[in-house]
Write a protein that binds this ligand. Sequence first.
Ligand code: PLP
Length: 412
Amino acid sequence: MSTTPVATSSRLNHVRYEIRGSLAHRALELEAEGRSIYKLNIGNPGLFGFRVPQHLRDAVAANLDRSEAYCHQQGLSHAREIIAAQQRSRGVTDSSVERIFIGNGVSELIDISLRALLNPGDEVLLPSPDYPLWSAATLLNGGTPVYYSCSAENAHFPDPEEIEKLITPRTRALVVINPNNPTGAVYSRELLSQLVRIAERHRLVLLADEIYDTITYDDAEFVPLAPLAGAVPCLSFSGLSKLHRACGYRIGWLSLSGARARTGDLHHALDLLAALRLCANVAGQWAIEPALTGPDTSAALTASGGRLHEARRAVLDSVASSCFLNVVAPQGALYAFPAIDRALLPGFDDEQFALQLLEQESVLIVPGSSFNLGTRQHFRITLLPQPAELRDVFSRIERQLARGAEPARHVA
Ligand SMILES: Cc1ncc(COP(=O)(O)O)c(C=O)c1O
């Protein structure tokens, strides 16, 4: 009997998703041995006691009998009409039901969109750090990621001049993640308008990942990209996973906007790829109407006294009192992206630290380099735990960093 391993696709050679990678596997092993682990590697609200709002759950339950057949490849038409109406109310004046595609989460639609767009060697401008699915889906669809910097030194904002310098004849698309995962940056109207002008000048497609939508803190305001883009082709992504805490429903959508004369072929390609996977989960689509037309259930979480607001406060206080850490305060989304002070910990390596933190302090975080970042001094932590848990987590992080600062004593 042959023992030769089954070969896998070389397309996967550079594909990584460390949010659920080797550290997360190790955490499961430790749990199986009876250890209790703070698993802060993933923005999955349902794991932290958040519930899907009752009116969304009721809508799904009430419509299960109508969820047994495949639906249209783009999604239930009444749900798409609701999404198109939201787009129109936000200023995408000609949004309509046939320009909306519902998918099994934004994740599936990111893959479909890049598959629809890219030829081998086409370049996609991605933020660094990025949400790593964007890099993975670019590579899997034959594209080449080209990173523009969103460094802490620039408050995690992109520099439009740098972006423009990275453009080549092969550049096809500009990905904008706003509010940003992992950094929490929220982009201003002025910055977004500059990005639109770049796309216009260089005939790029805008890919706006807006899954965190209005999850913003303090005075930050979420500005959707599509209304600013006008005639520039733009795919805007959002869904139920974050704002409506319904990750498990696997419902996301994309809205196609821009001059119809330029987007006809793209529309056709998206439709074909959507048809190949038949349709998105039908039961979950019944939650779209109550989510977009019912009461706002997230504003109270991010307002002063709300759970996410207080969790963010706990992170900011902990970092402020740390000897080793600094952070650009997240203005949106569900994460903070602290960095260590290299002067105090010159040999710091984010992956090694994350493993030691897991082994010694039972805390699972994601190293910053997992987000396609060239430097190795950041980590990402989700804001979803209770504030008191986050304070405990940061005292463990501080202890681990102190061990790193005094290696001689630690070895002894
Ligand atoms: C920026 C970003 N885009 C897309 C996704 C995927 O969302 P979905 O659950 O809709 O697939 C996530 C999930 O964390 C995300 O952070």
